[in-house]
Design a protein around this ligand. Structure first.
Ligand code: SF4
Length: 132
C-alpha cells in the first residue's frame, strides 16, 4: 500500500499511534523515512493497517444530531456506520444539524445513504417514536 502513495506529501518523521482496534492498545510507531513508511510496535496485521491509515489519512466515526419532525423529541442522535475522513468531521456535523428527518425512526435506521459518496451511511443511534 505504501508503494501507491507519495511519501513526500505525508508528514516527515515519526508519529506514535495507540492502536484502538482491541483492548491490548499496542503503541505503534510510524516513521516516514522518505523511502518507506516504517511501522513498528504492532502485534498483528490489523494494527499495522490501522497505524498506516491513521498516519496517511485518519478517519473517525462521526456522532451528531439531526432535527426530527413529529418526533417525541425535537432532535435525534445519529452516527456514521463507518469511519469518514477526520478533516470532514466539523463540516459534516454542521451539515447534519440542518437536516430534518421524520418520525417514527428505529435505532440503526439509515437516515442518509452514502453521505457525500464517502461509503458511509448516517444511521439513527436510538428509536424516535412519533409524539403523542
Ligand atoms: S496491534 Fe493488534 S494486538 Fe495490538 S492493539 Fe492493535 S489489534 Fe490489538
Amino acid at each position: 500500500m505504501s508503494k501507491d502513495i507519495d511519501l513526500s506529501e505525508l508528514p516527515k518523521g515519526k508519529k506514535v499511534i495507540r492502536c484502538i482496534i482491541c483492548p491490548t492498545g499496542c503503541e505503534i510507531t510510524v516513521e516516514n523515512t522518505s523511502d518507506e513508511l516504517k511501522i513498528t510496535g504492532y502485534t498483528c496485521r490489523k494494527g499495522e493497517e490501522y497505524a498506516r491509515e491513521e498516519f496517511i489519512a485518519p478517519k473517525r466515526i462521526i456522532t451528531a444530531t439531526m432535527r426530527v419532525e413529529d418526533g417525541f423529541l425535537p432532535i435525534i442522535p445519529v452516527r456514521t456506520d463507518k469511519p469518514v475522513p477526520k478533516e470532514l468531521i466539523f463540516e459534516l456535523i454542521k451539515e447534519l444539524s440542518c437536516v430534518t428527518v421524520k418520525a417514527p425512526i428505529k435505532a440503526e435506521d439509515v437516515l442518509i445513504e452514502n453521505i457525500r459518496n464517502l461509503g458511509a451511511n448516517v444511521i439513527a443511534s436510538r428509536d424516535m417514536p412519533v409524539k403523542a
